[in-house]
Design a protein around this ligand. Structure first.
Ligand SMILES: Nc1ncnc2c1ncn2[C@@H]1O[C@H](COP(=O)(O)OP(=O)(O)O)[C@@H](O)[C@H]1O
Ligand SMILES: [Mg+2]
Length: 322
């Protein structure tokens, strides 16, 4: 694990913005800068952290961690579902096939948890007993394992909006995806999730829930796009302490951005109003959580690329496209 000093020294270099017009047309996502040219899309993973659908701060090495976790899983799962990866010329970047994104996110959940209004626990607590087409029995406790994993589709909100959890029927009624495509994505999402659960279990991790995005490439093939099984798109808990924690009515130990989300919630911030100031200590602690996540999930030591992140990215991308 990196020392606090190394992580602290990286704070001034954290990446929040890129400007590389020579890579094509830019789309600035919440966390990634996307550049599209021809049939290629360059995704540059910044160090921004989003929670409650807002950018909260930047976290040292987060972009590298996120991208390298996604690459690990894309490689692991390519036989289950084809994906958009073409090359990874830099630790923070992926060159991908440009696809037409399908307007549904496939969320897969193995546990009843969460705090935001789109989460299954929030809805259950409010009395919902059918969540996105999945019947839920009475008497479930927060953070309990579901009888079997379920798919709870979500619409992908336009910039600034909050996502919406919906059923398959609602999605189909909007006529934006065919039933055959929906079923294919749902089946792949479940297979990918189960593969993730199996790998994580070997690493002592509970793979709680995640979301997938799919797109159609220029030949019409549906493939996995965006990211996969990262701490931004997924929830992971430590298996060892899980039983004890829920028996005590405590939150499970997590290795994802839940750390900062809980810290914010403890300061009384739930996404609206003025955000509390994020201290260096909180940023360092969050960075450690991300690095820990990388090492736990992949089983590999994290090789930090310290120093000026932006210069390195520009150089690597220039070399790649030269
Ligand atoms: N291969 C791809 N083809 C087309 N769109 C993609 C591809 N991979 C990812 N995307 C889209 O690029 C964006 C990635 O950046 P992100 O920071 O996640 O943005 P957002 O705030 O829209 O979620 C997402 O909107 C995602 O749907
Ligand atoms: Mg996204």
């Amino acid at each position: 694990m990196l020392t606090d000093d190394v992580i602290k020294a990286q704070i001034p270099y954290t990446l929040s913005k890129t400007d590389m017009p020579w890579l094509g047309e830019k789309y600035e996502g919440k966390v990634r800068d996307n550049y599209t040219k021809g049939d290629l899309r360059t995704l540059v993973v910044t160090d921004k952290l989003s929670a409650f659908d807002r950018i909260i701060t930047t976290i040292p090495f987060k972009g590298q961690v996120l991208n390298q976790i996604a690459m690990f899983w894309f490689e692991q799962t390519k036989n289950i579902c084809p994906n958009h990866v073409v090359a990874t010329p830099d630790p923070n970047c992926v060159i991908a096939k440009q696809c037409e994104a399908l307007p549904v996110e496939m969320v897969v959940r193995g546990y009843i948890t969460g705090s935001t209004s789109t989460s299954i626990w929030y809805n259950y607590q409010k009395g919902v007993r059918n969540f996105c087409g999945n019947p839920l029995p009475e008497g479930l406790q927060k953070n309990q394992k579901l009888a079997h994993p379920i798919i709870t589709p979500s619409t992908k909100a336009a910039h600034g909006d909050h996502d919406e959890s919906v059923s398959k029927e609602e999605i189909l009624s909007r006529n934006t995806v065919s039933e055959a495509d929906f079923d294919y994505m749902a089946e792949k999402a479940m297979e990918l999730y189960l593969a993730g659960v199996e790998h994580c279990a070997e690493q002592g991790i509970i793979f709680v829930d995640t979301k997938y995005e799919f797109g159609r490439d220029q030949e019409g093939n549906i493939m996995l796009i965006d990211e996969i099984h990262t701490p931004d798109s997924s929830r992971f808990w430590i298996a060892d302490t899980y039983q004890q924690k829920i028996a005590n009515g405590e939150e499970p130990d997590n290795i994802n951005k839940e750390y900062l989300r809980l810290w914010l919630a403890n300061q009384g911030y739930m996404g609206d109003g003025e955000m509390p100031a994020i201290t260096d200590e909180v940023r360092i602690e969050t960075a450690k959580k991300y690095i820990e996540a990388y090492e736990k999930i992949t089983g590999l030591p994290f090789q930090a690329e310290a120093g000026p992140v932006l210069d390195r990215i520009e150089q690597n991308l220039k070399n790649y496209f030269a």
